[in-house]
Design a protein around this ligand. Structure first.
Ligand SMILES: [Zn+2]
Length: 287
């Protein structure tokens, strides 16, 4: 976006936000009001004094990290992060105009997400399991077994995946949510103590109804579709991560996904980031 367009969008977004009296304001006050459970959990991972830990992120498709890209950029300053993509998006369509499909599209999406994770300062290369896109439910038993093995090998202190809402409701997202919860539970039953007498945590990336409303107001003002199909009740958000210092990385990581997000979508995302300073999580297993 050039400077004038950026100012125009910022003005538009400020006007929408001011007019939206039904929105719960996503500001520092709400962070202070988080539950004790969440503040303890978040502190262990997010405070500048946090000891370096291993984090495992389990996602369905390249680009799914967008839902927590600012948090990843923040966690990457402190911890070691590995990201598993269960499928590589071979059933998707190419929005870059190059008409890639099948395995060629999957390869391109892998290259895009590799670049996106570098932008977020994640040092480890992404791990691609290459299960067929849109068919994760029918492969759930094999994926769960593979994930239990990975958890046993990596011994992460924090696992992050989708919740049962899948944010967008995509069947692959909800499958990954169930698979990760099952694998986490099996792993913890066999090996409950991880490091320093602390059990591993399980977080689920989510979008609250308040935040979804804010996003759809921005989209409506720009006459673009941007619907988060499965927001969760505001009260179910346990951790809000302040990502305001990482907006440039969030923009740049999103822009890597050229087969997913055409320029109109990138402009919309950039406008949304002008009002979106917190990413949200539901904590399933605190510690
Ligand atoms: Zn996805």
């Amino acid at each position: 976006m050039n400077k004038i367009a950026q100012i125009a969008v910022a003005w538009l977004v400020a006007a929408i936000t001011a007019a939206c009296c039904g929105c719960k304001s996503l500001d520092a006050k709400n962070v202070a009001a988080m539950s004790n459970k969440a503040t303890t959990v978040a502190k262990r991972m997010l405070s500048p004094e946090a000891k370096p830990q291993d984090i495992l992120l389990v996602l369905a498709h390249p680009d799914d990290e967008t839902w927590l890209s600012g948090t990843l950029a923040r966690l990457a300053q402190l911890h070691r992060i590995n990201v598993v993509y269960v499928s590589s998006g071979d059933a998707g369509s190419d929005r870059s105009g190059r008409e890639l499909s099948g395995q060629t599209l999957a390869q391109e999406r892998e290259a895009e997400v590799t670049a996106a994770l570098k932008v977020l300062s994640i040092k480890a290369a992404p791990i691609f399991w290459r299960f067929p896109d849109t068919q994760l439910v029918s492969n759930s038993s094999a994926i769960t077994n593979k994930l239990v093995t990975t958890l046993n090998t990596q011994n992460p202190q924090l696992v992050i995946s989708f919740g049962s809402d899948g944010v967008t409701g995509h069947p692959d997202h909800t499958a990954v949510a169930t698979i990760t919860a099952d694998a986490f539970s099996r792993w913890q039953q066999s090996q409950p103590i991880v490091k320093n007498n602390l059990r591993a945590q399980l977080w689920q990336v989510a979008v609250s109804k308040a935040r979804a409303e804010q996003a759809s107001n921005v989209a409506a003002a720009m006459k673009q579709p941007f619907r988060i199909a499965q927001p969760i009740d505001n009260e179910r958000i346990d951790v809000q991560v302040d990502v305001s210092a990482h907006q440039q990385q969030r923009r740049a990581a999103f822009a890597q996904h050229k087969t997913q997000f055409p320029p109109s979508m990138q402009m919309l995302w950039n406008a949304f980031l002008l009002v979106d300073n917190y990413e949200e999580f539901h904590v399933v297993v605190p510690d």
